[in-house]
Write a protein that binds this ligand. Structure first.
Ligand code: ATP
Length: 959
């Protein structure tokens, strides 16, 4: 980059014109699958399919009897349940789209109206002059106007991890996929910087044409999901086993009551065997689930999983026909109608079959994955309002299990509003004022040229800093001294540059200086590093050996550091025009020290409280910073992690840490509160050692080099102001960079986990009750305690409504009073287990008791009125238990904050109104009869005892 050019960029009018002509920089999302298709997909669930087939068969029988009510009811119930859960899921998925919107709002540095300013990525237009810096993502396709050591990661387009880009035609790579002076949207700047002119935006970019990454849905399975899938498998197997038992019990009971001939039994057996074979695709996977649970993991034979439904249907038919043929010699002619059981018996058998299938529908917790998705989606959306952009779903819940947070200092703990507090340039007078002297020129030009930051002058009253905050603070200092960096920078021509990195801890630029008419090397960086490269110092009285001043400088530095200030050292060297040594060699060739600068960056006011909250929640907070021990320790003291009794054991520098052998470092990290002068590799080792000790680690990072640590940690938190490489490697982006948002994320994570626990508590209690009641009820009584339609309504309540109500409960601050859970803890705690069993068994005893108490007619049948009351009591018991589930683990009354839980209250109301409507108007569809007002009162009031007992227990526990 020999010759610097002056850019003014587009004017506002030109931007509008370009937008009209070439469009905006938004990618058109891919065509979405139509809603009806997604709805049909819901019926892919084999159990729902069987239920539908059974309902169709029952419809056939209804034609014969001319009684359609119950069959139609079953159809409605299936469509309603599927529809409601479909709607909830759609809604949850829509909320994930936020992620893409935020990506389009990333700020891009661009020349506009003669200024450098920032605009959202979506507002970039053709013709814009964009500044590219290390770690950033290229916002559109374009041609490079300038490039300085520019290296690009093109892996998202070409698979190339590192490509050199240049504007010098002699260095062009002719074999490269894209021209060497072009950069493409979606690729990332690995090193150096450059300036590009945008040539293509939005869908016209290469990225827009080949990739649709920006609309990818995050479908990663979270650890919690894995745990819940195991649980769902377990419940499924139990439900299936009970369904078989219930069917057999009902069938045998029927045979005893209505005997049939041996021939009829044989044919029925043949039909059932055929059916079992035809439905292999349903029960074989469940059988293998059972093997899996018993610890004998086997994979399903390919012959089962590969063959389609139709093939198995044909097999079933063949077996059925063969069996019928075998019966023929024994006098059973399957072609004669009277060889078969009567239509009435067939109807009853079909009913039993449907009950068995419905039991499985009730048992299988379809709502479980949905409740997790819903909780995660809601958390993601609400966390965004508290400045946490969740990029990977699992992060929401893992944050809740975090035991250690390793945090950066600048920006996260401090305000990132860096200001030069004091300068000590030894060549200037005591007032440190700048003039046209050689010393002043070296300082001015050094700050302006040896820098990658910019100032945005759009609002002259409020000049904004862009880019590296330390460097921007220096530019602002120049601005305050009425010196504009732009002219100085544009006039000087840069020969070579080493940008600042945390590993190097200094920055160096070699320039042709028009001000001093010399070739000059400017260096600035961590004072001890710069000092170590200096031989002499330029003072007011001339050049002096550095050693004579070293003590004085170090004392001054310590003084600033003890006030939590960031310190910088400055040096320079005049280089012979004939020299062709590399910039690295020049830096090591003995520099002249110019002075030091102290930069203040106060602690954010809300951080001490947020840190205290984390410490109370049993979470360790460790500062990892590139700053000096003095500065870091003082910040730690101000935020409340460093206590007077702490000593050298609690702080370590990156270099000392690297020197420790693994076993010693393993012990040391436990006590560590501050790691200073840290490099990204130290951060990564710290994370790994902590993880080896069983900690769940969340780590923050903003630089490209932080990516490995962010990847390694359980939760990587990147900064909104950080590089896009860091953001991509992270799980959550803190949009406001603040530690306060980390504490909020922990609270969200813990609340989310608790909401899922509440849902499980509620769901499993109903499961236990429904399965036992239907099973025992059909064994003991004459009438079925609950009909298929009634069970489907119960299923809708617990799987869909309850999932919605409990998953959307707002976060609870009290979760921060507990210690963190262990990540591999089973989600059903001992307290939950006892609760489910105790409440479930009490309900079963009560309901079975009722079945015995209800008077029966001469045939032993209970009246429809009493059965309607029974059904209502069953539902109302669950209704009140929903309130107990809501209050679970809060230690507070279920009425606490009820008025704020709009979602919860509406669901409770829907259940109540739905039940009243079903009982009053359900008729034959639901086997119900209107209940008197008095009985409604008795049932609602009586069953509410469930809530009152819960309230009393909570009250006692609180005491
Ligand atoms: P933090 O945890 O505060 O974010 P960090 O890890 O970002 O710290 P570094 O940026 O690595 O810290 O800074 C380490 C040291 O390098 C600083 O104390 C300062 O002396 C020096 N330094 C920081 N920024 C620059 C820069 N742009 N140019 C030269 N030196 C710098």
């Amino acid at each position: 980059m020999e010759q610097k050019k002056h850019y003014s960029g587009l004017t506002d009018a030109q931007v509008l014109k370009s937008q009209e002509e070439y469009g905006s920089n938004l990618l058109t999302p891919p065509v979405k699958t139509p809603l009806w298709k997604l709805f049909i997909e819901k019926f892919a669930d084999p159990i729902v399919r069987i239920l539908l087939i059974a309902a169709l068969l029952s419809l056939g029988i209804s034609f014969i009897h001319n009684e359609y009510a119950e069959t139609i009811g079953i159809f409605c119930a299936i469509f309603l349940a599927t529809g409601v859960s479909f709607w909830f899921e759609m809604d949850a998925n829509k909320k994930f789209d936020i992620l893409n919107q935020v990506n389009d709002d990333i700020m891009i540095k661009v020349y506009r109206n003669g200024n450098i300013t920032e605009v959202p990525r979506k507002d970039i237009v053709v013709g814009d002059i964009v500044l590219l810096e290390t770690g950033e993502e290229v916002p559109a396709d374009g041609e490079l106007l300038e490039a300085l050591s520019l290296q690009i990661d093109e892996s998202c387009l070409t698979g190339e991890l590192m490509i050199d880009k240049t504007t010098n035609p002699d260095d062009f790579d002719k074999d490269a996929t894209y021209p060497s002076n072009w950069v493409m949207r979606g690729t990332k700047v690995l090193d150096g910087h450059g300036i590009m002119e945008v040539k293509q935006v939005g869908d016209q970019t290469q990225y827009g044409q080949v990739a649709q990454k920006s609309t990818e849905i995050n479908e990663e399975e979270t650890p919690l999901n894995v745990q819940l899938n195991g649980l769902a498998q377990f419940i499924g197997v139990i439900g299936f086993a009970l369904a078989i038992l219930t069917f057999s019990a009902l069938f045998i009971k029927d045979l005893i009551q209505n005997p049939i001939s041996l021939g009829q039994l044989g044919l029925l057996g043949a039909a059932i065997l055929g059916l079992i074979i035809a439905l292999s695709k349903v029960w074989i996977p469940i059988l293998y689930d059972a093997f899996d649970l018993a610890g004998k993991k086997k994979s399903i034979p390919a012959s089962v999983s590969k063959k389609g439904w139709f093939t198995w249907f044909i097999y079933g038919m063949i077996v059925f026909i063969v069996c019928c043929a075998i019966g023929y010699p024994f006098g059973v002619n399957a072609l004669q109608t009277d060889a078969w059981i009567s239509i009435e018996t067939a109807n009853r058998v079909l009913q039993y079959f449907m009950i068995a299938v419905t039991l499985i529908v009730v048992a299988v917790p379809e709502g479980l994955p949905m409740s997790v998705t819903l909780s995660l989606a809601l958390s993601m959306r609400r966390m965004l309002q508290t400045n946490n952009l969740v990029r990977k779903m699992h992060a929401c819940e893992t944050m809740g299990a975090t035991t250690v947070i390793c945090t950066d200092k600048t920006g996260t703990l401090t305000q990132n509003q860096m200001q030069v507090h004091q300068t000590n340039f030894y060549g200037l007078t005591a007032s440190q004022s700048l003039d046209d002297s050689e010393e002043s020129n070296l300082i001015k030009e050094g700050i302006a040229v040896n820098s990658t930051a910019f100032l945005d002058y759009t609002d002259p009253q409020k000049v904004k800093s862009l880019g590296n905050p330390t460097e921007a603070a220096l530019l602002l200092w120049l601005h305050k001294n009425n010196i504009e960096y732009t002219l100085l920078r544009e006039n000087a021509s840069v020969i070579e540059q080493l940008t600042f990195t945390t590993e190097r801890k200094y920055m160096a630029t070699l320039v042709h200086s028009p001000l001093l008419k010399e070739k000059i090397l400017y260096v600035k960086g961590a004072p001890e590093i710069v000092l170590s490269k200096c031989r002499e110092i330029k003072t007011f009285e001339g050049y002096q050996p550095i050693n004579e001043y070293r003590k004085q400088i170090e004392k001054q530095l310590l003084d600033y550091q003890n006030q939590a200030m960031r310190t910088l050292g400055f040096a320079y060297k005049i280089i012979e025009d004939t020299s062709n040594a590399s910039i690295q060699e020049l830096v090591e060739s003995g520099l002249t020290f110019l002075g030091i600068v102290a930069i203040s960056d106060p602690v954010r006011t809300d951080v001490p409280d947020a840190v205290a909250e984390c410490l109370n929640a049993g979470i360790d907070v460790k500062i990892v910073t590139g700053d000096t021990p003095g500065t870091a320790k003082e910040i730690a003291r101000q935020i409340g992690t460093w206590k007077p009794e702490d000593n050298e054991e609690n702080i370590i520098t990156g270099i000392d840490f690297e020197a420790l052998p693994d076993d010693v470092a393993f012990e040391r990290v436990k006590k560590l509160k501050v790691m200073c002068r840290a490099r990204p590799t130290d951060k990564q080792r710290l994370v790994q050692l902590l993880q080896q000790g069983g900690a769940i680690v969340a780590v923050t990072g903003d630089g490209t080099n932080d990516a490995p640590a962010l990847n390694h940690a359980h939760v990587g938190l990147s900064m909104g102001s950080g590089t896009s490489v860091a953001k991509e490697a992270s799980d959550i982006t803190l949009l406001d960079d603040s530690f306060k948002s980390i504490a909020t994320a922990v609270m969200w994570g813990r609340s989310l986990y608790q909401n899922i626990q509440r849902f499980l508590l509620f769901q499993l209690t109903i499961n236990v009750v429904a399965l036992i009641i239907v099973f025992l009820g059909s064994l003991l009584g004459h009438e079925l305690p609950l009909t298929v339609t009634q069970m489907l309504w119960v299923n809708l309540i617990m799987d869909t409504f309850a999932a919605g109500a409990l998953a959307s409960l707002p976060p609870n601050k009290d979760v921060m009073k507990d210690k963190p859970r262990r990540n591999n803890d089973f989600i059903i705690t001992r307290a939950m287990r006892s609760n489910i069993l105790f409440v479930g068994i009490s309900f079963v005893i009560l309901l079975l008791g009722l079945l015995f108490i209800f008077p029966t007619d001469v045939n032993g049948n209970i009246s429809r009125y009493d059965l309607s009351c029974f059904f209502t009591i069953f539902v109302m018991l669950q209704f009140w238990n929903l309130f107990n589930a809501k209050a679970f683990a809060t230690g507070k009354s279920a009425f606490n904050g009820l008025t704020h839980d709009g979602g919860f209250l509406s669901v409770a109301l829907i259940i109540l109104i739905g039940q009243i409507l079903i009982v009053s108007f359900g008729g034959d569809v639901f086997r119900t009869e209107p209940i008197s007002l008095k009985d409604w009162g008795i049932i609602i009031g009586g069953t509410s005892i469930v809530l009152w007992i819960g309230e009393i227990i909570r009250l006692i526990k609180r005491k």
